[in-house]
Design a protein around this ligand. Structure first.
Ligand SMILES: Cc1cc2nc3c(=O)[nH]c(=O)nc-3n(C[C@H](O)[C@H](O)[C@H](O)COP(=O)(O)OP(=O)(O)OC[C@H]3O[C@@H](n4cnc5c(N)ncnc54)[C@H](O)[C@@H]3O)c2cc1C
Length: 436
């Protein structure tokens, strides 16, 4: 039996595995996390609307009914094209070779600080669940610190939130923080007025949501400003440190800076030693394979393919459609039927939410903003969640939050707490042993 190895259990990898359900082959899906993550709703975890478990599902659970598929928790560290194997590390074994007849790489992207990796310490990006919880802690802690601060002149700095990057994630985060302060937190503090929080969205581009039509960018910006968000465009961020940011030469004091600006692909191009685009994404052919290797496919955010003279965007729909295409092509080879024609992406459109009850939607010539776009956004996102239990739970949470303003997940969780505890205990034992 032939073996198809899929690396990544995100939108691309999971869709590939599901589309190979009826293929007579052994499918091995490897991911470094045990869960599939619905990234479009990460900002809702970061702003305490949803809990992490509402947007992530164990990959093993999603594929439990798929007899031909093995799920492995491990990190792929390299690919040997000649030996046809990937190397996988996990907690107790390193670089274990796993051989393949077909390989599908769907390893996505990570944050890019455009050469300023020193920014990462002060401005976390939003890519995984741990990032979202870290940002949620940062936002909620800012309010707690301000409430505890007797000197009112310090409240302003503690309650200034700066979002770097005015793409969909930055816009959605800024709108969600504005709603958080106006609804949920408004009545809960005594020394500070949460509504006085300053939310600044900065980008060097001339408009927010640069990939959308200009009219939609404009209406998104107006909506943000209505919510009290300061939109600063046309200036790059020169500096980010413990005290805030410097934008276009001006310092904005802030203890909560969030990076939503850029992404860099996974190292798939380096593993394969093949041509990449300027961003580092693997250049694939129009059947999504790597030149000279019809058995290696790259799909989703880490692949680079032009259509109609433009590169395909890094969105979930591209990853899913590419995954289904790659699976179809592999299936046809396994069973010996004619291969499908070249891959072609069908763009269903894009959406972004701005605060409560407002979204922008662009699909072909259709441009809509307001509550209709928001309802469409909600319906589409619910439909794409990986499991029906999540659809029900997210829907109920949204209705509850919409009606009451209450957020589901406002715990400040220090995931290193037990570590610190352990270290303290270890120190105590050490001191006891040495008699100090
Ligand atoms: C905050 C945010 C909001 C977004 N909002 C939207 C939206 O509203 N609409 C939209 O269409 N798109 C949105 N996107 C983009 C969308 O999520 C991506 O385009 C999509 O996830 C790409 O799918 P993928 O399979 O290529 O990568 P991913 O879904 O990122 O999956 C990659 C997988 O590979 C695994 N992996 C990576 N490296 C390794 C390794 N070395 N070994 C093992 N496993 C590995 C990862 O753990 C992960 O599970 C958003 C992205 C983010 C970050």
């Amino acid at each position: 039996m032939q073996r198809i190895v899929i690396v990544g259990g995100g939108f691309g990898g999971l869709a590939t595995a599901k589309a190979l359900k009826h293929t007579s082959a052994e499918i091995v899906l490897i991911d470094r996390t045990n869960h599939h993550l619905f990234q479009p709703l990460l900002y809702q975890v970061a702003t305490a609307v949803l809990s992490p478990a509402q947007i992530g599902s164990p990959i093993r659970g999603i594929l439990r009914g798929q007899e031909n598929t093995v799920v492995i928790l491990g990190e792929v560290t390299g690919v040997d094209k000649d030996k046809r194997c990937v190397y996988v590390s996990n907690t107790d074994r390193e670089h274990v070779p796993v051989s393949y007849d077909y390989l599908v790489l769907a390893t996505g992207v990570t944050h890019s600080y455009f050469g300023h990796n020193e920014f990462e310490k002060y401005a976390p990006g939003l890519k995984g669940l741990a990032d979202a919880v870290r940002i949620r802690n940062k936002i909620l802690l800012a309010f707690e610190q301000a409430e505890a601060e007797e000197d009112p002149s310090r409240h302003r700095d503690l309650l200034t939130f700066v979002l770097v990057g005015a793409g969909p994630t930055g816009v959605e985060m800024a709108g969600a923080i504005a709603v958080l302060v106006r609804s949920t937190l408004k009545a809960e503090f005594r020394r500070i007025d949460p509504v006085s929080a300053r939310i600044v969205l900065v980008d060097m581009a001339p408009r927010v949501l640069g990939t959308f039509a200009e009219s939609l960018s404009k209406s998104a910006q107006q909506q943000l400003e209505k919510l009290g968000v300061e939109v600063r465009l046309g200036h790059s961020v020169d500096q980010i440190d413990a005290d805030g940011v410097v934008v276009g030469g001006e310092r904005i004091a802030s203890k909560a800076v969030i990076w939503t600006a850029g992404v860099a692909p996974s190292p798939a191009g380096q593993w394969l030693k093949v041509e990449t685009d300027r961003a580092g994404r693997v250049r694939v052919q129009n059947d999504l394979t790597v030149p000279g290797h019809p058995e290696i496919f790259v799909v989703g955010d880490t692949a680079s393919l032009d259509q109609d003279g433009k590169p395909l965007p890094g969105v979930a729909q591209v990853a899913i459609q590419q995954a289904r295409y790659a699976a179809k092509l592999i299936h046809s080879r396994v069973v010996g039927t004619p291969a499908p024609g070249p891959f072609s992406y069908f763009d269903k459109g894009s959406m972004a939410v701005v605060g409560k009850g407002f979204a922008v939607l662009e699909s072909g010539k259709v441009h809509v903003s307001g509550v209709v776009a928001w309802l469409t956004w909600a319906a589409v996102h619910l439909q794409f969640l990986a499991q029906s239990s999540l659809r029900v739970s997210v829907f109920l949470q949204w209705v509850w939050t919409y009606l009451t303003g209450q957020r589901g997940s406002r715990l400040i969780v220090n995931h290193h707490g037990s570590e610190i505890g352990r270290t303290a205990a270890e120190l105590a034992i050490k001191a006891a042993v040495s008699g100090k």
